[in-house]
Design a protein. Structure first.
Length: 80
């Protein structure tokens, strides 16, 4: 039985599970220029017209910065 002292006392611990950026197209209204595209530090996001952005998996370092620029929460970090 594995448990930590923190969980024994009901304390929250920092989740270190690796996460990957996911684009949830159904949440994107696809009616504007995506502000997250220019926020990406490695140029991993691109957008055609006003469609939902796409991720270049070769470039993305899964830093999560872009998620802070997407107000409809179409860009989310999910456990890999
Ligand atoms: S998670 Fe980071 S590297 Fe990946 S697309 Fe978003 S801002 Fe760019």
């Amino acid at each position: 039985m594995a448990f930590s002292l923190a969980s024994l006392f009901g304390l929250k611990t920092h989740d270190t599970t690796p996460k990957t950026l996911v684009v949830l197209k159904h949440r994107c209204p696809q009616n504007h220029r995506c502000p997250a595209v220019s926020a990406c530090p490695v140029g991993a996001l691109s957008q055609k017209g006003q469609k939902a952005p796409t991720v270049d998996r070769e470039r993305c370092i899964n830093c999560g910065k872009c998620t802070r620029y997407c107000f409809p929460k179409a860009l989310v970090m999910e456990k890999a």
